[in-house]
Design a protein around this ligand. Structure first.
Ligand SMILES: Nc1ncnc2c1ncn2[C@@H]1O[C@H](COP(=O)(O)OP(=O)(O)O)[C@@H](O)[C@H]1O
Ligand SMILES: [Mg+2]
Length: 268
């Protein structure tokens, strides 16, 4: 199982939107995918289902020492499961004495892996403090959404520095890539940011896929669906996540047994 945390120092950059739509795209491509919400505000629940917001989940597992697998919720798509955030209250009081979060989180990921998942996509709250830094110490990869706006880029060196520091401290974490989001086509400043970042950042650290700014994202989360399920035929902004999932498969070396080159002729 591969674990990928969606993380950024900043709020409102599209972390939850990316987590939900990417998890859906990976599941549609056949990967057994778990969307794990570690935002105490339960953002995934807010954007997908009221039920998920009320159910016990990640924080309850940490508090009780359970492995969390019993809190996994199923969705209409057999390949997509959700572990909601659950409830944070009293965590510190009931944390087992002397037990740090890292071994607890490691156990949780091991338990999830044992259920046969291929990928776990972890939505995190803004910032790298608290549990997010512990999560980043145990996951395989981080994906950093980056708003395609001049002011948005300022925090980038600090973010990359923080990931580097975690690695120096022994974390295996690798940057899966920076993902440009909220790109406004036809807007000069937005296009400039994309152009400048592509000049500075090596291609291996940046996804080719760029998420456009599109009011449909707000509409989709308001209705509790991934963008790909808003209409009978997914709109362009949803298809970007299919492209992103394909890029990730290569970067994360997700291979399935039938990955071999099998050209299927359209006609005999
Ligand atoms: N590409 C996008 N285009 C337009 N609106 C977006 C886009 N991505 C996210 N949003 C909207 O911006 C707000 C913040 O996004 P969200 O994913 O919750 O960010 P974060 O999890 O980083 O706080 C939400 O209302 C969401 O619907
Ligand atoms: Mg969020």
């Amino acid at each position: 199982m591969i674990s990928l945390a969606i993380t950024s120092q900043k709020g409102g950059v599209g972390k939850t939107t990316v987590a939900v739509n990417l998890a859906y795209a990976l599941a549609r491509r056949g990967w057994s995918t778990l969307l794990l919400d570690t935002d105490p505000q339960g953002s995934v629940g807010l954007s997908l289902s009221e039920k998920a917001r009320k159910c016990p989940g990640f924080y309850d597992a940490l508090r009780t020492g359970k492995d969390g697998t019993e809190y996994i919720l199923h969705t209409r798509l057999p390949e997509l499961k959700i572990l909601p955030a659950g409830h944070l209250e009293n965590f510190f009081e009931t944390k087992p004495p002397g037990e740090e979060a890292v071994p607890v989180l490691t156990r949780l990921l091991d338990a999830l892996a044992a259920t046969g998942l291929d990928v776990v996509i972890i939505d995190t709250p803004a910032g790298l403090t608290g549990y997010t830094s512990d999560i980043l110490r145990v996951v395989d990869y981080a994906l950093v959404p980056q708003q395609a706006e001049p002011l948005g880029v300022r925090s980038l060196p600090q973010m990359l520095g923080a990931l580097q520091q975690l690695r120096q401290q022994g974390a295996r974490l690798q940057l899966a890539g920076l993902l440009l989001t909220m790109m406004q086509h036809g807007q000069h400043e937005s296009a400039e940011v994309v152009r400048e970042l592509r000049q500075i950042i090596p291609p291996r650290l940046m996804f080719e896929s760029v998420v456009p700014r599109d009011p449909l994202f707000l509409k989709a989360s308001g209705l509790g669906v991934p963008l790909g399920l808003l209409f009978a035929n997914p709109p362009a902004a949803a298809v970007v996540f299919d492209q992103l999932a394909a890029e990730l498969e290569a970067r994360l070396q997700l291979h399935s047994p039938d990955d071999a080159l099998i050209p299927t002729r359209l006609m005999d």
